[in-house]
Design a protein around this ligand. Structure first.
Ligand code: UDP
Length: 412
């Protein structure tokens, strides 16, 4: 098929870790690559945010990224992009009139607005539209209240996208129920979790050296709702000098990490909590460097207030590292409590400290969780086979978990 991906702010070519660049970018890139590997032609339409970008750029064989001119060719926060969606839709309609795709898959509500606008015009070809939200405004508003900077129109436009798309791909079961509450018919909702690149994330390979006996880690954007502050407070509650916290992500690379306002906010908290000497901020870490950093952790802690999916826990598990995760959103589906990690309540530093203490006190148990995580990560793997895994797709050794503990082989 000829597939048009629409990802207005989530370019698959973006540097990850900044405020508006994370899981959506990873997912669009990996999904497009996996579809191309199955013989489909994929074009990803994303907004031009830099005047020097070429109009078309290859991502990998079979996938091309098109930079769409809509609004100023500069970085604009995603919550300010709605006024440019009519122009974005015009460019999509032009492209689809010239060269009709068989399928459109839009990502994030604003891409859905533009894609449905373009696809439903009388003079554009009749193309089915699949939509993935990646995040829901109604959930964001519930947790962030007045701090939510989404445009007010999101409240009406987002459900309209859900109702207007031919199919909605939810990434976790929690999201499916939110969508039904928004009026999206359940018959048009499928739950398809994001995958993880197990060619990149696996237990074997180089490992960074720790600077303390134990290392816990957070990975991702440093926006408050990701809960990195709660993890810093938990580190203080541990009151131990043998555990370091490595914080990966943010809007800057390693050299400029101190200039990142979110790093400054979190570093101030670490100083107030008396644990600044135990916390290191890495800034953005590239995809290829990340696995060695993840392998060095005894535990990855994912403490968001809410989480539409959360690819990081899958990456940690695939790498063989147990996860302490808040029991929210996609983390309920991905992390198996007592098997690949531990669930804790959101915004609860004491619960994280208790879980970390118990897990680090039992090296045998920790290793067992890591092995089970690698097997589960393998099951979510996207080594050209995608999700869901099928027993016949198991090549053996794909997760390095070995034999019967391989979830894909066991068909779990
Ligand atoms: N990431 C990365 N380098 C960084 C920070 C984040 O590669 O410095 C990646 C991370 O490994 C994951 C993605 O960004 O693949 C974040 O996705 P997730 O779904 O966990 O969170 P989101 O950003 O979608 O809220």
């Amino acid at each position: 098929m000829r597939i048009s991906m629409v990802s207005e702010h989530g370019s698959p070519l973006a540097t990850l870790g900044g405020v508006d660049a994370g899981g959506q970018n990873v997912h669009v890139a990996a999904l497009s690559a996996a579809l191309a590997a199955r013989g489909h032609d994929v074009t990803v339409f994303t907004r031009r945010d830099d005047p020097h970008l070429p109009e078309r750029m290859p991502l990998c064989p079979g996938v091309e990224v098109v930079h769409v001119s809509a609004g100023p060719a500069s970085a604009i926060p995603k919550d300010d992009l709605l006024p440019y969606m009519p122009a974005f839709a015009d460019r999509l309609a032009d492209a689809w009139r010239a060269d009709a795709p068989d399928l459109v898959h839009s990502h994030f509500w604003m891409s859905g607005v533009a894609a449905l606008d373009a696809a439903r015009r009388p003079d554009t070809p009749d193309v089915p539209v699949a939509h993935t939200f990646h995040a829901l405004g109604v959930v964001k508003r519930r947790h962030q209240g007045l701090d939510d900077t989404s445009p007010v129109d999101r409240a009406a436009l987002e459900p309209a996208v859900g109702r207007g798309a031919d199919t909605v791909v939810a990434t976790c079961s929690d999201e499916a129920f939110e969508l039904i509450r928004l009026g999206v018919p359940s018959s048009r909702i499928s739950v398809v979790p994001c995958g993880v690149d197990t060619d990149l994330f696996h237990p074997e390979g180089s490992t960074e050296t720790k600077t303390r006996a134990h290392r816990i880690m957070t990975i991702g954007r440093l926006v408050p709702r990701k809960g990195v502050g709660t993890v810093i407070t938990a580190l203080a509650r541990l009151a131990r000098d043998d555990i370091e916290l490595v914080v990966v992500g943010g809007s800057r690379g390693a050299e400029q990490v101190a200039d990142d306002p979110d790093v400054q906010r979190l570093a101030a908290l670490a100083r107030d909590e008396g644990v600044a000497h135990l916390v290191s901020f890495r800034g953005q870490v590239s995809r290829t460097e990340l696995p060695a950093v993840v392998r060095s952790a005894d535990l990855v802690v994912c403490a968001p207030w809410y989480e539409p999916f959360g690819i990081v826990p899958l990456e940690a598990m695939a790498t063989g590292v147990p996860v302490v995760a808040t029991a929210v959103g996609g983390l309920i589906d991905t992390v198996v409590h007592g098997t690949t990690g531990v669930h804790v309540p959101p915004r609860d530093a004491d619960a994280i400290a208790t879980a970390v203490t118990a897990l680090l006190a039992d090296p045998g148990g920790l290793a067992k969780l890591g092995r089970a995580g690698a097997a589960r990560g393998c099951a979510a793997g996207t080594r050209g086979t995608g999700w869901p895994p099928t027993p016949s797709a198991c090549t053996g050794g794909c997760c390095r978990a070995g034999g019967s503990s391989c979830a894909r082989r066991a068909g779990r």
